[in-house]
Design a protein around this ligand. Structure first.
Ligand SMILES: [Zn+2]
Length: 328
């Protein structure tokens, strides 16, 4: 072989090696390029506000839904996609019953309106906490807060719409007692479809339970919300019996209800009480949930003017832990 031809072949060989190596480096870099940016923030903005119905006097009954903002560090792209799917399935109302769909916990304040205004402030306090601590909602959980399911009766004692503080609350015991009921003078926590009767009891008094189960728009709103989203469990905040109660209709206490009553009570240090037996109640919202197979507890604060936030936060944490550890 002539020397010139050898030099030429070496030159071509090196040229090819350089081109191939260059291409390899470029492709390798490309394969490690950051994933395209998906506008996750748009679907994960917390909370999602929905009006679930209107009160007798036409006030909005608001629900605020929070989804997880946590992203798995092991596989960001997959986690992002899952979050998007979860958020979309929430928006589409598909809470689903399979293990991949988010576990939806619902917290309801103010069913007894202005008389138990502190339960509404407790709900607002939880919402404020979620705003400051967006990562509180674990991956694969959805939390909804309905701060006041009886807004007309809250208006009756605070004299204003929307957010209020304890400073706004009437000091008249007559006004406060009247504000237990909705604008039809119905005790909403006697208007649900479990052992419903037209007249029911509150302490030693006879109260109206409506003209039929779900005769009241506020009870209907909660019924329809639950039917659409099928929450994993529901917590009602009331005052002032200082206890956590289980719920039951004709089929007895659901096993999960018993578990979450004990979990919340232990963490928040309220006594756990399986059965409310101070007087006979009919048409209670939590008991109706038991009748349709949804675990529900009633948390009664210890007074009508405290929110006991630190204790209730521990109760909420205990529920998240319980549902995080239990495969449903
Ligand atoms: Zn109550």
């Amino acid at each position: 072989m002539r020397p010139n031809r050898t030099k030429w072949l070496i030159f071509v060989f090196l040229f090819v090696v350089i081109i191939v190596a260059g291409l390899w480096v470029m492709l390798d870099q490309y394969s490690h390029a950051p994933a395209p940016i998906i506008p996750i923030a748009a679907v994960r903005e917390n909370p999602t506000h929905t009006v679930i119905g209107k009160s007798v006097q036409g006030r909005d009954i608001d629900a605020y839904t929070y989804t997880s903002v946590q992203i798995s560090t092991s596989s960001p792209a997959r986690a992002s996609a899952t979050s998007v799917e979860s958020s979309l399935s929430n928006i589409n109302g598909d809470s689903g019953q399979n293990s991949d769909s988010p576990k939806h916990l619902l917290f309801v304040g103010g069913i007894h309106g202005g008389y138990e205004w502190n339960s509404v402030i407790l709900a607002y306090t939880f919402m404020d906490y979620l705003k400051v601590n967006p990562d509180f909602v674990p991956t694969n959980f959805t939390i909804t807060v309905i701060p006041s399911v009886n807004p007309d009766a809250v208006f009756m004692v605070v004299g204003k719409e929307g957010r209020f503080t304890s400073e706004d609350v009437s000091t008249s015991t007559k006004v406060l007692a009247r504000a237990r009921f909705n604008a039809d003078s119905v005790d909403l926590n006697r208007n649900f479809d479990c052992k419903w009767q037209p007249k029911s009891t509150w302490q030693s008094k006879t109260v109206s339970a409506g003209t039929s189960a779900f005769s009241e728009p506020e009870a209907k709103a909660l019924r329809d919300y639950v039917a659409t989203f099928q929450p994993e469990a529901v917590v009602f905040w009331h005052s002032q019996s200082n206890a956590v109660y289980a719920s039951q209709c004709k089929g007895g206490i659901l096993p999960v209800t018993l578990d979450i009553m004990n979990a919340y009570a232990k963490a928040s240090k309220y006594p756990a009480v399986k059965t409310f037996d101070a007087y006979v109640t009919t048409g209670a919202a939590d008991d109706w949930l038991a009748s349709i197979g949804i675990p529900a507890i009633t948390v009664e604060l210890s007074s009508h003017n405290t929110i006991e936030w630190a204790r209730n936060l521990e109760g909420i944490r205990a529920l998240l832990k319980y549902f995080g550890e239990t495969t449903m």
